[in-house]
Design a protein around this ligand. Structure first.
Ligand SMILES: [Zn+2]
Length: 260
């Protein structure tokens, strides 16, 4: 969700990551997903509280009142028709569930490697040629608790939005931005969902250092802007989110942020 190795396409990034980052998955997860023809599933280690935390945000974004993770950890969208919410987010989730790839949700809270969320390729523990490609979406739930800022921007940047960002990489092979001043193709898809929810859009993919004298602080405060057009004027209202990059972690973020 935040800067990692910059590549051209998401698939190029996956090739560049190499074997070092590949996780070994338990085979039962694949069989579970295959038998249920539903390709988004939580790892057993993700607690019921964390599953519900993610499901609640996704219910809010999609408007699907019955969306949840069932007792096997499999994502269910439910049958009831939504009254509101993002149509694009519903389509993305449906494409992921019915898609070729298996997506496994992992709790990576308090990991210094993961800034909010990231997705990495995985490999099955037992060699089998008929198993589908697999990806792990790692979520650092604790990072989202570090973010402060404008209420409207906080609504547009939570664990649900982070999950959808990573899912878009897997389903649509969409790349992130490579330069400041751009939100990137992946976030453009997520911004469409924010528009459908009447929320401000993420204006930049990269966070930037807060313009303060950091010499006096141990923190490394960074910020990201969200913008929404004002209905009566040809202007946009800007909302800010701020967090301490030293606490949130991630490898590339602070180096790029230093460019401002
Ligand atoms: Zn991304």
């Amino acid at each position: 969700m935040l800067p990692r190795k910059c590549g051209i396409r998401f698939s190029s990034i996956i090739r560049a990551v190499g074997l070092a980052s590949i996780l070994l998955l338990l085979l039962p997860i694949a069989l579970q997903a295959e038998q249920n023809s539903n390709h988004v599933v939580c790892r057993d280690e993700v607690s019921p509280e964390r599953r519900e935390q993610l499901a609640a945000k996704l219910r809010n974004i999609t408007g699907l009142p019955d969306l949840n993770f069932d007792d096997k950890g499999i994502l269910r969208l439910g049958g009831r028709t939504p009254l509101a919410g993002s149509e694009s987010a519903r389509a993305l989730l449906a494409n992921a569930i019915n898609g070729r790839n298996v997506v496994v949700v992992e709790d990576s809270s308090n990991s210094s490697e993961v800034a909010f969320c990231r997705v990495i390729p995985a490999r099955w523990r037992q060699h089998a040629t008929d198993l589908p490609p697999a990806f792990v979406i790692q979520i650092d739930f604790a990072d989202f608790e570090q973010v402060v800022g404008d209420e409207r921007a906080l609504e547009a940047f939570n664990v649900g939005w982070g999950f959808l960002h990573e899912l878009d990489h897997v389903v649509n092979d969409s790349p992130d931005a490579t330069a400041l001043g751009d939100s990137g193709e992946c976030e453009a898809h997520v911004n469409q969902m924010r528009r459908e929810c009447n929320l401000p859009e993420r204006a930049d993919y990269f966070s930037t250092l807060l313009p303060i004298d950091e010499g006096a602080f141990r923190t490394r405060l960074v910020r990201i802007a969200f913008e929404q057009p004002l209905p009566t004027a040809n202007k946009k209202k800007r909302y800010w989110l701020v967090w301490d990059a030293n606490v949130v972690g991630g490898q590339e973020q602070t180096a790029v942020a230093a460019l401002r």
